[in-house]
Design a protein around this ligand. Structure first.
Ligand code: FAD
Length: 461
């Protein structure tokens, strides 16, 4: 690579940084990534971060574009719906979509991270410097200040600096502290803790595998995603303070009582619960809102650094991957960095705001509404309307998870209209049989434009 090759500096080699590094190398840039942690391919994963993730169509599209999906396929576990576990032990499978191919996939965060890093470094020659932490930005000289593991201070010119340093982004804080952008971190009252549900000695799964399991308990919930070895990773979402809360469940007896009373069917499937409860930290959940995401042609925030969302729609990383494709497109379409960053922000900010709002709404849906009869009738009607009017009525969950051509903000706007129509059409119905489906179809045709009409003026990456 000649010295004349334009060079880009990234901070953070998480999913966003690793994928973006590949895309930038494909455009011919020299790419250096500074990553605070040690190389995850040589060091075991830190505990406390989510172990698996739900991968959906937006993320799949990005991974296909950089040709890494095939290498991941054997580790993907298909989830075709949500399996709801009621307090009395009854279960109900709620399919996510109407078509067989409408499923989401559980993927190991560590395996995905390792593969993206392997491809970035070995195939594309990205220079990743592990154990190099960005400390601050020297605005006067235009340098990022990095500290390596030996304590050496390194100054890197921001020509430009692309910050993929996650929800707690140091770069974002440097920009906000010096009033170059506005940024807020809105903490949710709920935190989370991960617990394991091992497979049997023979590898048999303790729960049906083709589902994302949910134990909705009103104010809190437990979920479990399947892993490719037959085990599940469960996550308890619970208030940090109050009763019940992570604070109030202070000793093993209280924790055992809480699980036996609220989750009697799954409690016996967690033999390591006591130790995991003790050893694993309570994770932070929140929404990051920033405006704008860039400063001149020097710095831009991408991924969680710009817009972390709560995980209840399973879209955080999927959205970050969409960001990477969008920024790559803006780089192709504009000649200078400031125009690229401005175009990227204009395209992505409304979509990031929309998925932030929908992710918060989905928490209530998952922890409370899924067991509500009205919600179930509305879901059944939404699927029936999609079967009858596939060009016009697509349930909001499906628009977000299975339709990457529909930007989040269009999904949110259409979803609001659809929610109103569904509420009106099911006002006096206690089951789908009570709804006059032909009349409902006419109401939708009159009240909701075809999807294509809303997409005619927008492009999504
Ligand atoms: C409980 C939970 C469940 C989730 N489930 C899902 C899901 O099912 N589906 C989904 O799509 N998303 C999910 N997410 C969201 C997803 O994890 C994030 O959106 C995604 O990890 C963001 O990627 P990122 O690379 O932008 O940030 P990160 O993954 O946070 O990576 C940032 C990287 O930057 C490095 N870094 C940080 N500071 C510095 C510094 N100062 N200097 C150098 N390097 C630094 C970090 O070490 C890290 O490697 C979930 C999140 C949580 C918390």
């Amino acid at each position: 690579m000649s010295h004349a090759t334009p060079s880009v500096t990234l901070v953070g080699a998480g999913p966003t940084g690793a994928l973006l590094a590949i895309l930038l190398r494909r455009r011919g840039f020299r790419v250096v990534v500074f990553e605070a942690r040690p190389d995850p391919r040589r060091h075991p994963e830190e505990s406390g971060r989510s172990i698996n993730l739900a991968l959906a169509a937006r993320g799949i599209r990005a991974l296909e574009q950089v040709e890494v999906l095939d290498a991941l396929r054997s580790g993907l576990v298909r989830m075709r719906g949500r399996c709801v576990h009621e307090r009395d032990g009854r279960t109900a499978m709620q399919p996510y979509g109407t078509r067989a191919d409408e499923a989401i996939y559980s993927i190991s965060r560590a395996a995905l991270g390792r593969l993206l890093l392997d491809v970035a470094t070995a195939e594309y020659g990205v220079d990743v410097r592990f154990e190099h932490r960005l400390e601050t930005i020297d605005w006067r000289s235009g340098h990022a200040v990095i500290r390596d593991s030996a304590g050496h201070r390194i100054e890197v010119p921001m020509r430009p600096l692309i910050a993929c340093d996650g929800a707690g982004s140091r770069v974002r804080r440097c920009l906000a502290d010096t009033h170059r952008i506005d940024a807020r971190e809105e903490e949710l009252e709920h935190g989370y803790k991960e617990l394991s549900i091992p497979a049997s000695a023979g590898g048999a799964a303790a729960l049906p595998r083709e589902a994302l399991h949910v134990w909705p308990r009103g104010d809190h919930m437990l979920i479990a995603l399947p892993n490719d070895d037959g085990s599940f990773t469960a996550t308890l979402f619970l208030r940090r303070r109050g009763s019940p809360s992570f604070e109030s469940l202070a000793d093993e007896r209280a924790v055992a009582q809480f699980f036996d009373a609220g989750f009697p069917d799954v409690a016996p499937l967690m033999p390591r619960r006591a130790a995991e409860w003790r050893d694993r930290p309570v994770g932070f959940l929140g929404t990051v809102r920033a405006a704008p995401w860039h400063h001149r042609d020097q710095v831009v925030l991408v991924g969680d650094a710009a817009h972390a969302v709560v995980p209840f729609h399973g879209q955080g990383m999927n959205c970050c991957f969409e960001d990477c494709l969008a920024l790559d497109g803006c780089i192709g379409a504009h000649r200078d960095w400031e125009s690229r960053f401005k175009a990227f922000y204009a395209q992505r900010k409304p979509n990031a705001d929309a998925i932030a709002a929908m992710s918060l709404e989905n928490y209530e849906e998952m922890r409370a509404k899924v067991v509500d009869r009205r919600f179930q009738v509305q879901s059944a009607l939404a699927h029936e309307l999609e079967r009858r009017l596939p060009d016009r009525f697509i349930p909001r969950y499906s628009m977000v998870m299975f339709h990457p051509e529909i930007p989040y903000r269009v999904a949110e706007t259409r979803g609001r209209v659809q929610a109103r129509l569904l509420a009106e059409l099911t006002a006096h119905a206690s089951s789908l049989a009570d709804v006059d489906l032909d009349a409902a179809q006419r109401v939708v045709e009159a009240g909701l434009a075809p999807v294509a009409q809303d997409l005619s003026s927008v492009t999504n990456v």
